[in-house]
Ligand binder design. Structure first.
Ligand SMILES: [Zn+2]
Length: 612
């Protein structure tokens, strides 16, 4: 299916002239909050809608083409850009005839990029910007065939959150400025392109020319694109998985519960409002666990364990269809509204789908990780509402917004009971659907809906550490592991039958700080950790292998670091190596060798830690 630009502009015009869906109306009523991480001037001129027309060039590693912005307001429009080559700007009153207009690209800031000011002539509503991305654009990762799972064709994917979309599209890149979008993406004929949008071509043969449509307003960080030799497999009526051919069977098997997941979430928190829920399984270099791009979660293949033991990540990304994608943080200081709610909802989905024990076990592990990380964080970064002035919002991505946020919601749930709290959460998602809100708006809503609440919410949000009111998350499944660890310390045989990945993780983390070469060898002989196919277990084991200089795992360590780019796994490995002088030299050598396989998000984090 292909729609001409004209037909598309007409559709937009109709949409904006009074036949707009309810959500668009709701969206337009919400005031935009000042966002220190964007140059945009939405109070004067605000983008409502964009249309992209881009050519993907794997040889030059660029995207080139145009973006048409539909503007509400007048005067000059300020866009965010990062390392973009702006060729021209044109304005139009009707979206058909465009005339050149003046533009000025300002000086670039290291974090924010450069502001692009474009003059919107009297009466004009559309601005068209012709541009090209840089081969090193922060949001784009261009993979060589060698860096993919199939090793045959190159691959491209984007990661927009938090403020990277501006490195592939000049736009008003603030989570408070929601836009609808459509896109035409052209690439090689044998490649598939997918986006966080509706795509009717999923089951047809590749053509190299694709159209996408996102009719619900989304924050710019949720614009996402991936291009490669992808295949699609249906899972349920509204779910499916895209990935490279070599991973398709394993991915479809691992995610066979997708439909039940969506249904479980709907029963808890109201209808799923994004039509389809598909998952794109990326090559192993993907730097994060998952990204909740609407309609199309991007996920790391490291959660494919063969036994569905790590699918809570999908529950997490799906949960974002309510918390984050539907109700979004207005600024990056409010990030906990996205992630704290999502971790809470994820726990509830896991509980319905699997069991309360499993969900509590997963939560208990996260809480332990939070406490460990919090001990290393300055007090200012232990607040839910974090001060990011002069900082990259990626600095705020710790476990605090995620797990401390979820713990606060759990504390409220425990105080008022689920019969009060569940309707509250559901009502919150309905009230703020398709809006971007601040922490203050959440507080006011909470006060209005649960006036009897005694919990000191301000302490949770604005004070460091975990308050005394913090719920205790206990797991008997992990307590059983503790019993076995105690036996192991005494040299007694241990019972590990039916242990799942989280229990193994807890076991490895609970071993004594000092382990002899013999003990390491015995553990490996008995439990085959070096050969583990579970990425969580293997990663925890490799950390021990580095710490205790366990030689037989060193080949596995090098193989893991060359194959996997997920920051959560590789950063602690480099960190562990860097603790000794000799280890640091090795870490630097391995990093130099593998850097090209990592996404800039991961490589810059590792670079920073090795430079210390
Ligand atoms: Zn998340």
């Amino acid at each position: 299916m292909r729609i001409s630009l004209e037909a598309w502009m007409l559709a937009v015009a109709v949409l904006l002239s009074g036949c707009a869906p309810k959500l668009e109306e709701v969206n337009s009523q919400v005031p935009v909050v000042k966002d220190i991480h964007s140059y945009a001037n939405p109070a004067e001129a605000r983008v409502r809608h964009i249309e992209l027309d881009l050519q993907v060039d794997f040889e030059k590693r660029t995207l080139a083409g145009t973006v048409v912005h539909l503007i509400e307001g007048k005067g000059k429009v300020i866009f965010d850009t990062k390392d973009l080559k702006i060729e021209k700007a044109e304005a139009s009153k009707n979206g058909k005839e465009f005339q050149p207009t003046t533009f000025k690209l300002g000086a670039a800031d290291k974090i924010l990029g450069a502001p692009l000011e474009v003059v919107l002539p009297e009466g004009a509503r559309y601005l068209r910007i012709s541009y090209e991305t840089s081969p090193t654009a922060y949001a784009l990762q261009w993979l060589t065939p060698q860096q993919t799972a199939g090793k045959k064709a190159p691959y491209l994917y984007t990661q927009g959150e938090p403020i990277n979309t501006r490195s592939w599209i000049p736009l008003q890149d603030s989570p408070g400025i929601r836009i609808t979008y459509r896109a035409r993406i052209r690439t090689q004929p044998n490649f598939f392109a997918v986006m966080s949008a509706n795509n009717d071509q999923r089951t047809s043969a590749p053509t190299g020319d694709y159209l996408f449509d996102m009719a619900q307003p989304v924050p710019p960080y949720l614009l996402a694109l991936a291009v490669g030799e992808l295949q699609f497999r249906m899972i349920g009526a509204r779910t499916g998985v895209y990935t490279e051919k070599v991973m398709l069977d394993a991915a479809a098997h691992e995610f066979s519960d997708l439909d039940s997941m969506v249904t479980a979430a709907e029963q808890l928190f109201g209808s799923y409002r994004w039509d389809r829920y598909d998952v794109l399984v990326l090559p192993p270099s993907f730097p994060i666990g998952g990204m909740e791009n609407p309609r199309l979660t991007f996920a790391t293949p490291t959660i494919i364990a063969g036994d569905k033991s790590l699918v809570s990540l999908i529950s997490h990304e799906l949960a974002h269809s309510w918390s984050g994608n539907l109700v979004t943080n207005a600024t990056w200081s409010d990030f906990w509204l996205n992630e704290g709610f999502t971790v809470y909802v994820e726990r509830r989905i896991q509980e319905v789908l699997y069991s309360k024990q499993r969900s509590e076990m997963e939560f208990a592990i996260e809480v332990a990780e939070l406490k460990q990380e919090m001990a290393t964080l300055p007090e200012k970064d232990q607040l839910l509402y974090v001060d990011l002035a002069g900082r990259d919002p990626e600095d705020g991505v710790t476990l605090v917004p995620y797990v401390k946020g979820a713990l606060m919601l759990r504390a409220i749930e425990e105080e008022v009971g689920r019969e009060r709290f569940d309707p509250f959460v559901r009502g919150y998602f309905d009230q703020f659907a398709f809006q971007s809100i601040t922490t203050g708006m959440f507080e006011a809503y909470l006060k209005g809906k649960l006036p009897e609440l005694k919990l000191d919410v301000k302490e949770w949000i604005y004070k460091p550490g975990l308050p005394k009111s913090c719920p205790v998350i206990s797991s008997f499944l992990l307590a059983n592991v503790d019993v076995e660890i105690a036996k192991w310390k005494k040299g007694q045989p241990i019972q590990t039958k039916d242990w799942v990945a989280q229990q193994w993780l807890h076991f490895l983390r609970g071993l004594p700080a000092e382990l002899t070469a013999d003990q390491m060898a015995k553990l490996d002989r008995e439990f085959q950790f070096t050969k583990s196919k579970n990425s969580e277990t293997l990663d925890a084991w490799l950390i021990l292998a580095i710490r205790h200089k366990y030689a037989p795992a060193q080949v596995a360590l090098e193989e893991f670091l060359s194959r996997v780019g997920r920051q959560k796994f590789i950063k602690p490995l480099y960190q562990e190596m860097a603790k000794t002088g000799e280890g640091k030299a090795r870490a630097k050598a391995l990093f130099a060798k593998n850097k090209a396989n990592y996404h800039p998000i991961a490589s810059s984090a590792i670079e920073a830690l090795l430079a210390k």
